[in-house]
Design a protein around this ligand. Structure first.
Ligand SMILES: O=CC(=O)O
Length: 313
C-alpha cells in the first residue's frame, strides 16, 4: 500500500482521544480508513457522533470483516461527500462455516458435557451424559442464506443433512445452492438445527426471542456465528432452562466479551470466544481483501466490494 498512499496511524487510545484527534485536524489529509473489528475497543462504534467528526477529506472506509454492524452506514452515506464503506465478504465463508459445523456437531453430540466431565476426572460424568444425536437425516435451517450459509450447507450436505432456508427475499437457485425456501415460521417449525447466518441491523436485532423459541421443535439445536444480538440472550437462557431449546453453539454474544452467566453455567452450551475467522489463512485473506478495496478506491475511485446499502451511491 505504501507505494500508492502515505499510511498514517492514529495515536488515540480511547474514543474521546480519537474524537479529539479527528477534531484537531491532524488527520485531515486522510482519504481512506482501514478499520479492524478489534478497533471498536478503542474508538467505539462508528455511529453518527463519530462519523460527524471523521476527517473532512475522508471518502472511503474499508472494514476488515464481513459483518459491518460496527459502522453506521446510513450516517456514512449522509455525509457530504458520502463516505463509501466496504466489507470483506466471501473471505470469511470457509472459516466461519467450519466454526458453525464444529459447534453444531458439539451441540448435537453433547461434547461439551463430556469434555467438561473428563477434565473434572469424572470420565463421562455421573450419571453418564445422555446419548447424542447424529446430523445425518436432520434438517438444517439457515436463517440468512449468503456465502457462509451456502458454505455451511455444502459441508452439512456431506453429513447427510437436508437444508432449508429463509431470507427476506427468495433467492435464485444459484444463490440458494438449491436449498428449499421456506417462510420464517416454517423455518422455525421444521429445523432440527437452526443456524443464524444473517447480518445484525435494525431489522434483525432479537429476531429470535421468546415467541420464536416457542415455534421451534422441542429439542432444537441453535448455532450462532453471526452476531450475538440477532438472538435475545436472556430469552435464550430461559428457553434452555425450560428444555425448549436442547443445546446451542455460540461464537458470538450480545455484549462481547461479556458472556451471560446463564450460558456459562449451562453445560449444554458450546461456547467459543468469537473465533469464527480466527485462522492465519482467513485473517490474511480478509486483510488482503480490505487492502484491495483501498487500492481500488485510490486507483479507480471505486471500492471492490461496497456494502449492499451503498451499491447505488
Ligand atoms: O465476525 C467476523 C466478521 O464479521 O467477519
Amino acid at each position: 500500500m505504501s507505494n500508492i498512499a502515505e499510511i498514517i496511524e492514529p495515536q488515540a487510545k480511547t474514543r474521546s482521544e480519537f474524537i479529539d484527534e479527528c477534531k484537531s485536524g491532524k488527520l485531515d489529509s486522510v482519504h481512506a480508513i482501514y478499520r479492524t473489528f478489534a478497533s471498536v475497543e478503542t474508538t467505539g462504534r462508528f455511529d453518527p457522533e463519530l462519523v460527524a467528526v471523521l476527517p473532512k477529506n475522508l471518502k472511503y472506509l474499508a472494514h476488515v470483516g464481513a459483518g459491518y454492524d460496527q459502522v453506521d452506514v446510513k450516517a456514512c452515506s449522509e455525509r457530504d461527500p458520502p463516505i463509501r464503506v466496504s466489507n470483506t465478504p466471501t473471505a470469511v465463508d470457509n472459516a466461519t462455516a467450519d466454526t458453525a459445523v464444529f459447534l453444531m456437531l458439539g451441540a448435537l453430540r453433547g461434547f461439551n458435557v463430556g469434555m467438561t466431565s473428563l477434565r473434572q476426572n469424572k470420565w463421562r460424568g455421573e450419571p453418564a451424559l445422555p446419548l447424542g444425536h447424529d446430523p445425518q437425516g436432520k434438517v438444517l435451517g439457515i436463517l440468512g442464506m449468503g456465502g457462509i450459509g451456502r458454505n455451511m450447507m455444502k459441508k452439512c450436505t456431506a453429513f447427510g443433512m437436508k437444508t432449508i432456508y429463509h431470507n427476506r427475499n427468495r433467492l435464485d437457485d444459484d444463490k440458494s445452492g438449491g436449498a428449499q425456501y421456506v417462510s420464517f415460521d416454517e423455518l422455525l417449525a421444521q429445523s432440527d438445527v437452526l443456524s443464524l447466518n444473517l447480518p445484525l441491523n435494525n431489522h434483525t436485532r432479537h429476531i429470535i426471542s421468546t415467541a420464536e423459541f416457542a415455534k421451534m421443535k422441542k429439542d432444537v439445536v441453535i448455532i450462532n456465528t453471526a452476531r450475538g444480538a440477532v438472538m435475545d440472550e436472556d430469552a435464550l437462557v430461559k428457553a434452555l432452562e425450560s428444555g425448549q431449546v436442547r443445546s446451542v453453539g455460540l461464537d458470538v454474544f450480545e455484549e462481547e466479551p461479556k458472556i451471560h452467566p446463564g450460558l456459562v453455567a449451562n453445560p449444554n452450551v458450546m461456547l467459543v470466544p468469537h473465533l469464527g475467522t480466527w485462522t492465519f489463512e482467513t485473517q490474511a485473506a480478509m486483510e488482503e481483501w480490505a487492502m484491495d478495496n483501498l487500492r481500488s478506491a485510490i486507483e479507480t475511485g471505486k471500492l471492490k466490494s461496497p456494502v449492499p446499502e451503498q451499491t447505488d451511491l
